[in-house]
Design a protein around this ligand. Structure first.
Ligand SMILES: [Zn+2]
Ligand SMILES: [Zn+2]
Length: 332
């Protein structure tokens, strides 16, 4: 069973998930399935994954058979497992918690595509619908305190299978970075009466120097203090705390907006490896007034190294104003 552990000095948490070392690895520079193995995410190979939890399927097609457009399955090598009760273990100053949680994989297309930029807008909307459906479903369970939806695109960004997919990790605790963000957003709201994210959106639209693109509903910009070169955030312009609250109309507009952003990234930087993460209001928290969901897109061009690990501070060689200019000019 995996385990959460806390460093007794800094309070930093880690998940010890020894079973994950059995995962297959990509060979070469992201251009091959684990050598000679069939792709477990391609139609016809459904038996190679655990049974599906959710899918968008053609009428009358059976579960775990072809006929799907997006398919959600448990991660075969989960970082967390959903059995047993949450139990804290203490051994003097060492504290741990059994690794209770959920780890799902969202298979984003029946086609063996390796880059999200190759998918059409309807497929992107189906993927976002799958995210919304799963986040709503797990968010109803009172045991879960935090949902993290993320994508690793490319081997260098941590993908171990190349077929387009993303993952949902559901935690029984709120990670420290998320707790810090919530505390800071609340403090701003308590002292000004405004959502800090709404204020950032307004400021970035007015100034324009870090703006990449905008529509009636969304904005993409490079944040003021980005950790990664070409890091960008996508936020709804209206105040919405949870991604799961998105309407069908929002999802359709977001699909178009995200797809446009990925195309810009691919064009400007020649299909870089990247991660994206959806930050949404944690379930069962009354943070709706001051939290505002967003997607962070984090290209992995330079590796974090000694300085970053040593200081917890990031060194970024591309100013966000310059990054935004390049991404703005990469419009079709
Ligand atoms: Zn495949
Ligand atoms: Zn807001």
């Amino acid at each position: 069973m995996p385990e959460f552990r806390w460093d007794p000095i800094t309070g930093r948490s880690v998940i010890i998930a020894a079973g994950r070392s059995k995962r297959p690895r990509l060979h070469g520079a992201g251009n091959g399935q684990a050598r000679g193995e069939p792709c477990p995410f391609c139609p016809g190979n459904e038996a190679l994954t655990p049974p599906e939890i959710w899918a968008l399927r053609e009428h009358h097609s059976a579960a775990d058979k072809p006929g799907w457009t997006v398919r959600v399955v448990p991660n075969k090598y989960p970082a967390l497992e959903d059995h047993g009760a949450l139990t804290v273990k203490r051994d003097s100053f060492y504290e741990s918690l059994n690794g209770l949680g959920i780890h799902e994989v969202i298979i984003e297309s029946p086609d063996h595509e390796i880059n999200m930029g190759a998918l059409n807008i309807d497929q992107c909307a189906d993927i976002l619908r799958a995210y919304r459906a799963r986040m709503r479903a797990v968010g109803d369970d009172p045991r879960w305190r935090y949902l993290l939806l993320y994508k690793n695109q490319g081997e260098r960004a941590g993908a171990t299978l190349e077929h387009v997919h993303s993952q949902l990790i559901v935690l029984p605790i709120v990670p420290q970075s998320a707790a810090d963000e919530l505390t800071s957003a609340k403090k701003h709201y308590d002292s000004t009466g405004h959502c800090i994210f709404c204020e950032i959106v307004q400021r970035e639209v007015e100034r324009g120097e870090r703006l990449v693109s905008q529509s009636d509903k969304f904005i993409a910009f490079c944040p003021f203090a980005p950790r990664f070169s070409y890091e960008a955030w996508i936020l709804p312009k209206n105040h919405v705390a949870a991604f799961e609250q998105s309407t069908d109309e929002d999802i359709a507009a977001l699909a178009q907006f995200v797809r446009d952003f990925i195309s810009r990234l691919n064009r400007a930087l020649d299909r870089p490896p990247f991660n994206y993460v959806i930050y949404s209001k944690p379930p069962h928290q009354s943070t709706t007034r001051y939290y505002h969901w967003r997607i962070e897109i984090l290209p992995q061009i330079a590796r974090a190294a000694g300085f970053e690990w040593g200081s917890g501070m990031y060194m970024n060689s591309v100013a966000p104003e310059e990054a935004a200019r390049l991404l703005r000019d990469a419009a079709l």
